[in-house]
Design a protein around this ligand. Structure first.
Ligand SMILES: [Zn+2]
Length: 224
């Protein structure tokens, strides 16, 4: 027993030393690295792809904004909670993903309010950010979103992942992001998932960090 206890203590001491060394080495370079922030966004989840996406984002030290469809949040509430647990921010992307500009005000209100409710019911909080499907908006969409306390967020850079862009093209698109800008990507894109490690490396090399999107300005800022 005593020998085993001594062996365990030795193991713990080695682990503690290793942990201290890692923290000491990582902290200063990470703190000095953020010269600006970009907003990574993933639309249309949560889905069967979300767990893999969250794992990859976490492994690469990235946080992102997930613009969830209300119908998917209602069907997968545990995945909404997993998004929050992984450090992601949750936005509203309508309930059924229609062309909102073809709907009347009551229909638009239903799409937005049911999604607020589904995300809140799942444990994702009450979103403050709204992305209309296809980026299609008009004065009615904007006013309904505003009435629900939502800031409309389109994008500065389109990864084109929805249009069959290659992993290399998605990495290149992220390479065009400048401080404060937001990029469109999707929860369901395998090429986007594959691009994430190189997106992280590219941002790191340019001193950019993944930030939250400010509801005040619609631009990426330091996580608050
Ligand atoms: Zn969408």
């Amino acid at each position: 027993m005593r020998a085993r206890a001594r062996a365990l203590l030795t193991t713990l001491a080695v682990l503690a030393t290793a942990a201290t060394t890692t923290l000491t080495a990582a902290t200063p370079s990470q703190a000095a690295a953020c010269n600006g922030y970009v907003g990574l966004t993933f639309d249309d989840g949560p889905s069967g792809n979300t767990t893999g996406l969250l794992n990859t984002l976490r492994q690469n030290g990235l946080r992102a904004t997930m613009f969830n469809q209300g119908q998917h949040a209602a069907a997968n509430p545990s995945l909404v909670r997993a998004q929050v647990s992984a450090g992601m921010w949750i936005g509203n992307h309508s309930y059924t993903h229609p062309h909102l500009t073809r709907l009347n005000q009551a229909q638009i209100d239903s799409e937005i309010s049911r999604t607020q409710q589904a995300i809140a019911n799942a444990g994702g909080g009450t979103p403050k950010l709204f992305r209309p499907p296809y980026g299609e908006t008009n004065a009615t969409v904007k006013s309904v979103a505003a009435r629900h306390g939502l800031t409309e967020i389109i994008w500065h850079v389109d990864s084109q992942d929805w249009n069959g862009a290659s992993t290399a093209a998605i990495v290149q698109a992220a390479g065009r992001l400048t401080n404060g800008q937001v990029i469109l990507m999707h929860d369901w894109s395998a090429n986007t998932l594959a691009a994430i490690p190189r997106i992280a490396q590219g941002l790191d090399a340019r001193g950019l960090c993944a930030g939250m999107i400010s509801p005040q300005t619609g631009r990426a800022v330091a996580p608050g």
